[in-house]
Design a binder for this molecule. Structure first.
Ligand SMILES: Cc1cc2nc3c(=O)[nH]c(=O)nc-3n(C[C@H](O)[C@H](O)[C@H](O)COP(=O)(O)OP(=O)(O)OC[C@H]3O[C@@H](n4cnc5c(N)ncnc54)[C@H](O)[C@@H]3O)c2cc1C
Length: 222
């Protein structure tokens, strides 16, 4: 099979990239080992989506289709420093409808997946995994474990932090560990969170509370 662009990995990066090419004449192949799953209840992986990200996701046709009942706006932010400092931001003061949106990773991932599945210039190959990669000056050939051969002018490595493509292409990386740990959890609050995001910079770590619908909050503690 021949493509202009082959995207390996349909996580947020790969799927958004493929969706962003929907208006092009490019023939795109997307190779993904497994379809995205929606966890039971609320996803522990929660994102804060800025205005610029909303603009991008709207442009690629994703934002309009996200389930609003699973998203919370952030109208205010309270940031507390470790020596008593404090910063407050308000959407009202900034002349914005909201500062950001809080939503689940899997919600966005699912919508991106459904979008590229329907996209006329995308062939979604899933489940599929690469077995070998060959490159020359004009194109690359990716052989899949199931024996299929894919050829493309460009291969996009969007297969996550342990990228198989990156390793096969001989691209070196240097990891710099921060020696930090993160804990995430979702809570139901006894009192309304007033669509406010909180962050505390404390000597023992950084703690954030992000508002979720139905008086829930997502905690990120690092
Ligand atoms: C708790 C938590 C909160 C976070 N919050 C934020 C946030 O607020 N904002 C933010 O920007 N980021 C956030 N992140 C980080 C964000 O989740 C990642 O940066 C993002 O998911 C990376 O996307 P990706 O598409 O590059 O990789 P991945 O999501 O890892 O996707 C890679 C894809 O490639 C596929 N794949 C891998 N190997 C192969 C292979 N050999 N063959 C075929 N397919 C393959 C995988 O199945 C997967 O679908 C958070 C992360 C965590 C853990």
């Amino acid at each position: 099979m021949k493509f202009d662009v082959l995207v390996v990995g349909a996580g947020l990066a790969g799927a958004a990239f493929a969706a962003a090419l929907r208006g092009s004449r490019l023939k795109i192949g997307v190779v993904e080992s497994r379809p995205p799953a929606r966890p039971q209840g609320w996803d522990p992986r929660i994102y804060a989506i800025s205005q610029a990200n909303v603009a991008f996701l709207s442009q690629i046709g994703i934002w309009q289709h996200l389930d609003r009942s699973r998203m919370a706006p952030v109208y205010d932010m309270e940031i507390h420093g470790d020596s008593g400092g404090r910063l407050d931001f308000s959407a009202y003061d900034c002349g914005l409808r909201e500062l950001a949106w809080i939503l689940e990773s899997s919600l966005m991932q699912h919508e991106l997946w459904e979008t590229i599945k329907r996209q006329h210039n995308v062939s979604l190959l899933c489940p599929a995994e690469p077995a070998s990669l060959q490159q020359d000056a004009s194109h690359a050939t990716l052989s899949l474990k199931d024996g299929r051969q894919l050829e493309a002018r460009l291969i996009v490595a969007a297969d996550g932090r342990e990228s198989w493509i990156r390793q096969a292409a001989g691209i070196q990386v240097r990891n710099t560990p921060y020696d930090e740990k993160g804990v995430v959890a979702n809570f139901r609050c006894a009192l309304p969170h007033r669509d406010t995001a909180f962050q505390w910079f404390r000597p023992d770590g950084v703690l954030a509370y992000l508002p979720l619908p139905d008086q829930q909050m997502s905690m990120v503690w690092s």
